[in-house]
Design a binder for this molecule. Structure first.
Ligand code: ATP
Length: 246
C-alpha cells in the first residue's frame, strides 16, 4: 500500500497500536488517520490515556505501529530498520521535551549543534546565529545547562530542535517544567517559528493556554481523533475538552 503525502509534513493513515495481550489489551490508537501540513502548529489534546503520547511516538518513529502507515516528508517510515529510522529522525525531526534533555557536560552551543555533530553535518553558521539571536541566547553559548535558568535551558532545546531545519518538531509538554511567564515565551517562540520560518510543529499538551498558541487543536479520545479546532483560544479548548468529559 502507498499513501499520497505530497502536501503533508507528517501523515498517518489508518494507524493502530495495541498494548498488552488478551484481557489486558488496550487499543491506544484505533484506526487514526491524520495529516499535518508544512508550517502548521498543531496541539494534540485529550483526556489522560486518550493516546496522545502514543500518537506522537508513532508519528516520530520512536514506536512502531501494528497496522497502517506513517510518513515523514513523504517517506514511509513504517517498516524501516532502526538504523534508517535513526538517520531519518536526525535529519527530519526535532524534539523538545518537558525535561529539556540537554547534555549536562556540554555548553549551550555544543548542545545546540549536537544533532549535526552526530550526523557529521556542517553547521550553517548564519542560521545558527539567527536562531540563537531570536532566542536571546547569544551571550549564553558558553554556559553549561546548570548555569542556565529553566527557560534558558528550554530555549537551548528549542534552538537544537530548529537548527537542522527539520520537516517537523515534536514538542511533548514543552512548558510543563516552566513558570507561566517563561512558558509563554517558549510558546511564542514556537508559534513564531511556525509563522515566520514555516516550521511544522506538533505539540502534546494538557494546557488549554498552551494550546491557544497553536493554529489548530486535534482532539483525541479512546485512541481515536474525535474533533478539531481551528484558531483555538483557551475558552474554546476548555469547552471542547469539557464536551469530551475531561
Ligand atoms: N507501554 C505501554 N504498555 C501498556 N499500555 C500502554 C503503554 N503505553 C501506553 N499504554 C496505554 O495506552 C493508552 C494510551 O496511552 P498514552 O500514554 O498514549 O495516553 P496519553 O493521552 O498520552 O495519556 P496522558 O495524558 O496521561 O499522558 C493508555 O490506556 C495507556 O495505559
Amino acid at each position: 500500500m502507498t499513501i499520497n503525502t505530497a502536501p503533508a509534513a507528517v501523515a498517518a493513515q489508518s494507524i493502530t497500536k495495541t498494548f498488552g495481550t488478551e484481557d489486558t489489551k488496550v487499543a491506544a490508537l484505533d484506526d487514526v488517520s491524520i495529516a499535518f501540513r508544512p508550517g502548521d502548529f498543531t496541539a494534540i489534546m485529550g483526556p489522560s490515556g486518550s493516546g496522545k503520547s502514543t500518537l506522537m511516538h508513532c508519528l516520530a518513529g520512536l514506536d512502531t505501529v501494528d497496522a497502517g502507515q506513517v510518513a515523514v516528508s513523504s517517506t514511509v517510515i513504517s517498516g524501516m530498520s532502526d538504523h534508517d529510522l535513526t538517520l531519518l529522525r536526525r535529519s527530519h525531526i526535532g524534539f523538545i521535551f518537558q525535561a529539556f534533555n540537554l547534555v549536562p557536560t556540554l555548553n549551550a552551543r555544543d548542545n545546540i549543534v549536537l544533532p549535526l555533530d552526530l550526523a557529521g553535518a556542517k553547521v550553517d553558521e548564519a542560521w545558527f546565529d539567527q536562531i540563537v539571536d531570536t532566542l536571546g541566547l547569544t551571550d549564553r553559548l558558553t554556559h553549561k545547562p546548570h548555569q542556565l535558568s529553566g527557560g534558558q535551558q528550554q530555549r537551548v532545546a528549542v534552538a537544537r530542535a530548529l537548527l537542522t531545519r527539520p520537516a517537523v518538531v515534536f514538542a511533548d509538554e514543552p512548558t510543563g517544567a516552566l513558570d507561566s511567564n517563561t512558558g509563554a515565551e517558549v510558546l511564542e517562540l514556537l508559534a513564531s517559528s511556525a509563522r515566520d520560518m514555516g516550521q511544522t510543529i506538533i505539540m502534546v499538551t494538557h494546557d488549554p493556554h498552551a494550546a491557544a498558541y497553536a493554529d489548530k487543536v486535534v482532539l483525541l479520545k479512546d485512541g481515536a481523533v474525535v474533533g478539531h479546532l481551528d484558531d483555538p483560544n483557551a475558552d474554546s479548548v476548555l469547552a471542547a475538552l469539557a464536551e469530551l468529559g475531561e
